[in-house]
Design a protein around this ligand. Sequence first.
Ligand code: AMP
Ligand code: MG
Length: 537
Amino acid sequence: MIINGVKYPLLTSRKVKLNIQDTFNKELPADPIFSNERRQVEEACYSFVTPRVPSNPTVIHVSSEMLHEIGLTEEDAKSVDFKKIFSGAELLEGTSPFAMCYAGHQFGNWAGQLGDGRAINLCEVEHKNRRWALQLKGAGETPYSRTADGFAVLRSSVREHLCSEAMYHLGIPTTRSLSLSLTGDQVLRDMMYDGNAAYEKGAVVCRVAPSFLRFGSYQIFMARKDKDTLRTLVDYTMKHFYPHIVGRETDDYLHFFQEVVDRTLDMVIHWQRVGFVHGVMNTDNMSILGLTIDYGPYGWLEGYDPDWTPNTTDASGKRYRYGNQPNIALWNLMQLANALYPLVEDVPALEAVLKSYQQRYPKKYYTMMGDKIGIITHSELDMKLIQQLEESLQLTETDMTIFFRLLSDINPISMNKKEALEIVKVAFYNPLELGDKVEHEWLSWMKKYMQRLSEEESSISDRKNKMDAINPKYVLRNYMAQLAIDKAKEGDYKMIDDLYQLLKNPYTEQPENEQWFAKRPEWARKKVGCSMLSCSS
Ligand code: AMP
Ligand code: MG
């Protein structure tokens, strides 16, 4: 096969047998031009492209769960065919890879056409009645690469691979990652955008999700007043991913929007629960399936701080800070409402759906926070207790993960408030000064909290089990990912697997891994890659 002037070897793999069932590139309009030349692509949802052949690919990690989900085995993953397919070296016979066309609002501003600048969809696979799109990220140029090179570097690829799988095991809707490969090629990056460009190892991640459609995939057709393609794409999305809606209601499109709103709300509540900060919630990074997508300069709250953002590109406005994520999700949904308007043509109805987000968010948030602190029978009064806790957490720069995990060890019957405070104070980065105002604040909260717990009917062990099932013991702390990256840069990939294994059971006590249940070391406080990340990836 020859695409874009490149003669492609077609692989009839005996090893890697996938049940390929493409829909996106069969049912939706394609760009008629077969070239990688950067261009505006109109009246089309994607452009056919081929991955760039890497010079010396090596698979350095595979997610065994994801492998099984698409119907492959560990044996398959060790094959040369696997390496070739998932690094972009060869194409599976019968597949027609493509890059998706989309637009988006970046940092609140309309950015026009963006598209998959370095992501290439290989094919869709059906296994166990589930549909999966397989996509290589970092596999070379596309018509949407704009001024960039189409590649990805090892550091960002390790972060995407590990975090996608960690989020999945935390029970958070997310795109997944099948494999992480080195390409053998060097990629030039100016990591901190300060004029110090350097070569880094190139890598490719094979991402997996039912679909990689984003809010921006719909926005582009609204912006171009292309109602026909918009309708075709929304119909496709509903047919494959929201089939329960189709034909059930007269207002299918509105119903579809309501479901996207609900899923997005659920996703954001999960982020707030575990202290995940996405970092670049642009509308092109918002999945139409309510999945966490595009792991770039994300981070995990260490000290609980609603104003924290890991993204140095966002340092001045802090638009994407932890505490603002629910608002931004709503803002993004509003842009999606605008995009769907030509199909719905009913402003009050769309506004009512957006309003439902605003009305439900506080209730869902306080219920989630109530669950985190072990309050099962929620009441309005608990809101005050939670708000006071949010304030206290900031007085001592408190490690969010450690604090909530230890909280389940508090016994309101056998302990007094000082003993209870002793339990959680290991989570404080700023130690308490005995007898000062901050200690007083904490003791005041603890007293109210213990009083509240004693009104609960469930047993202490019951409560602990429930709390430990939603307050993770292990998350991918920013410095942990960086340690694994530093090792990987030297050719040692063991830590990638160690972290991957650890994060498969984030809610389970793992005594042999207690070293990862610790506050961020002081060296990581301001280190690039740990607390400061740019969009360069
Ligand atoms: P992001 O916000 O990182 O998801 O990326 C925004 C846009 O830039 C998307 O259209 C990406 O495909 C594109 N992009 C990011 N990095 C590259 C790259 N190295 N080469 C080509 N396109 C890129
Ligand atoms: Mg993106």
